[in-house]
Design a binder for this molecule. Structure first.
Ligand code: ADP
Ligand code: MG
Length: 268
């Protein structure tokens, strides 16, 4: 009952053919004692460069397990993951780390910022592990540019506790983007944010996507998925629908509408 646009075909000798991400029959099971939980059950999916995908589904449907495999934070029990033509299973840990730092940025619901560390230093962190090494002055420059890019150029020396939730998430997004990845993976990035701030983050994502960044984002809110180009719904570890968003919402326009509604409310 699934997947009008994902039919994967025989993946073994068919590397990616245009897709940036290609999953073929991907599964992940967790075994604890006698019990086996099949968190992801045979997912086949193609994501092309420039896409903006929402992964939806009830709690426990396998969204985070899927995202963690996409982000190399976890490995599949079976199936294939091709990233830009490379079979990820064929890489050793070091090769995976290199590919990850070149291609992927990851954002989570809780921002995971270091609390005693400025916004700038938080964003510099991934550059400490880059090979060849990035010199301190260049690290500062790249981190400031990344913070500028998310609208936080004036907050570089602030600590996380001095920033709102939305601003902290922007710092986390800048950190994910500082290595200029092709793909941003975000697991419920607006899960801790109010409606307005969530739409602001979607505005940032839409602008980044317009500039060519591919985004895969988990959300359980339909209002948020409405800003994406492509919506994948999961249930019990499987994809139950995979559709294009024909009428996509524009976050900048929705924010402008919110603004004028607030102004009218003030004048009334
Ligand atoms: P979602 O993100 O959609 O809420 P998850 O991917 O977190 O779902 O979880 C899917 C299923 O896999 C759940 O039943 C969950 O309990 C189980 N699961 C996830 N991670 C683990 C793990 N590390 N060990 C055991 N079971 C897990
Ligand atoms: Mg989850």
């Amino acid at each position: 009952m699934s997947t009008p646009i994902t039919s994967a075909g025989a993946a073994a000798d068919m590397p990616h053919a245009g897709a940036l991400i290609k999953l073929h029959d991907l599964s992940r099971s967790f075994v604890s004692g006698e019990v086996e939980v099949k968190a992801v059950r045979g997912i086949s999916l193609e994501i092309v460069g420039g896409d903006f995908v929402a992964i939806m589904g009830a709690s426990g449907s396998g969204k985070s397990t899927l995202m963690n495999m996409l982000g190399f934070l976890d490995q599949p029990t079976s199936g294939e993951y091709w990233l830009d033509g490379t079979n990820v299973a064929g890489l050793d840990a070091r090769q995976r780390a290199v590919l990850r730092s070149r291609k992927l940025g990851f954002v989570f619901q809780s921002y995971y910022l270091l609390s005693r560390t400025s916004a700038l230093e938080n964003v510099e962190l991934p550059l400490l592990y880059t090979l060849p090494p990035v010199m301190p002055r260049e690290r500062h420059r790249r981190a400031s540019t990344a913070l500028d890019g998310v609208g936080l150029g004036a907050r570089v020396n602030h600590f996380p506790s001095q920033l709102s939730g939305g601003q902290q998430q922007r710092v986390a997004i800048a950190r994910a983007l500082v290595n200029k990845p092709e793909i941003l993976l975000a697991d419920e990035p607006t899960g801790n944010l109010d409606t307005r701030t969530s739409i602001e983050i979607m505005g940032l994502f839409q602008a980044l996507n317009d500039n060519g960044l591919t985004i895969v984002m988990v959300t359980h809110e339909l209002d948020i998925a409405a800003f994406c180009k492509h919506v994948v719904v999961m249930r019990d570890g499987r994809i139950i629908s995979d559709t294009r968003n024909e009428v996509r919402h524009n976050a900048a326009r929705e924010l402008a509408t919110l603004d004028s509604a607030e102004q009218q409310a003030k004048l009334a």
